[in-house]
Design a protein around this ligand. Structure first.
Ligand SMILES: C[S@@+](CC[C@H](N)C(=O)[O-])C[C@H]1O[C@@H](n2cnc3c(N)ncnc32)[C@H](O)[C@@H]1O
Length: 288
């Protein structure tokens, strides 16, 4: 079989069965057709590990039998857990919220979500999904006190409840181990032969005067360097590694000894829609 035929066969055996249940900044949905051909040969037999899972676009497009999904966002991970373990209650809660939706109701739910700490996991998951589907641009932003503070979006009729999509997501998650941890925890949990996809907050594209202290989404240049050190350690351990980031000299320097490909991401980089274009991103692999 030629290499491209082998890639096509690999992709065909993995039909797209599920999709992210939240909108997530940096979600990889629109890049899947470029990322999937870069998966390692034999990936179907490997455990799928994503330490920056976010909306989980790659995971849901593959639906691997075994997975470890982690993220530093605690409510995101508890929402994944509720969908895996009690999707019926999440759907029920979301249906009630969807039926009552209005701008005023959004702010009431947001206040309750921030103030009441003893809400059950499934109810809280329903609130998290409701706020994600109805807030401005699907952003997730919290203030210093950890309170979600994104304003309401101005959608006419947002699709708040997609029952079939939640059921598919729940099915896809049955073999997944879910943990709220920072990426360094992989040094404890990754095993030789794991496939690991890293999709961290990206290094900034425009270099500002104080670049060294600049942290995009709280992820600083030091964090990018620590991540590269983790990548190197897991390479030595025998894991198959794929990482996305911006195509900037700083990132190319960090991963210089690995295989670097570029993909073109359709991205809104300008408020003026006529000036939106494609942004180049790198995909760093430790295999061919
Ligand atoms: C670019 S998004 C991932 C998008 C995801 N691939 C998707 O398709 O939706 C980056 C994620 O990294 C998480 N994150 C930020 N800092 C982290 C850290 N130190 N360790 C683990 N996750 C972190 C954020 O909560 C966010 O969900």
């Amino acid at each position: 079989m030629t290499t491209s035929a082998a890639v096509a066969a690999r992709v065909e055996h993995e039909p797209r069965e599920a999709a992210p249940f939240v909108k997530w900044v940096g979600g990889k949905g629109r890049l899947l057709s470029q990322l999937r051909p870069l998966l390692p040969p034999g990936v179907e037999q490997m455990r799928h590990v994503e330490p920056f899972v976010g909306g989980g676009a790659l995971f849901f497009s593959r639906v691997p039998r075994r997975a470890l999904l982690t993220d530093i966002n605690p409510t995101l991970i508890s929402t994944y857990t509720a969908i895996r373990d009690d999707v019926k209650s999440v759907i029920g809660g979301l249906r009630r919220l969807a039926n009552q939706h209005s701008k005023e109701r959004y702010y009431e739910v947001r206040a309750r979500y921030n103030q009441e700490r003893r809400i059950g996991t499934s109810k809280r998951a329903a609130m998290f999904i409701y706020l994600n589907k109805t807030c401005f641009n699907g952003l997730h932003r919290v203030n210093r006190k950890g309170e979600f503070n994104v304003p309401a979006g101005s959608y006419k009729s947002p699709r708040i409840l997609n029952e079939a999509a939640l059921q598919s997501a729940s099915k896809a998650l049955q073999g997944a181990d879910l943990r709220c941890t920072s990426f360094d925890a992989l040094l404890e949990s990754a095993k030789p032969g794991d496939f690991i996809y890293f999709d961290p907050p990206y290094a900034p594209v425009s270099v500002t005067a104080n670049f060294t202290s600049y942290a995009q989404d709280g992820f600083s240049q030091d964090d990018q360097t620590r991540l590269r050190d983790v990548y190197r350690a897991l390479d030595r351990r025998g894991c198959k590694l794929m990482l996305s980031n911006s195509d900037v000299p700083f990132i190319r320097d960090l991963y210089g000894k690995f295989k670097v490909d570029t993909v073109a991401a359709p991205r809104a980089i300008n408020c003026d829609a006529t000036k939106r274009g494609k942004v180049r991103e790198v995909v760093v692999r430790n295999y061919v």
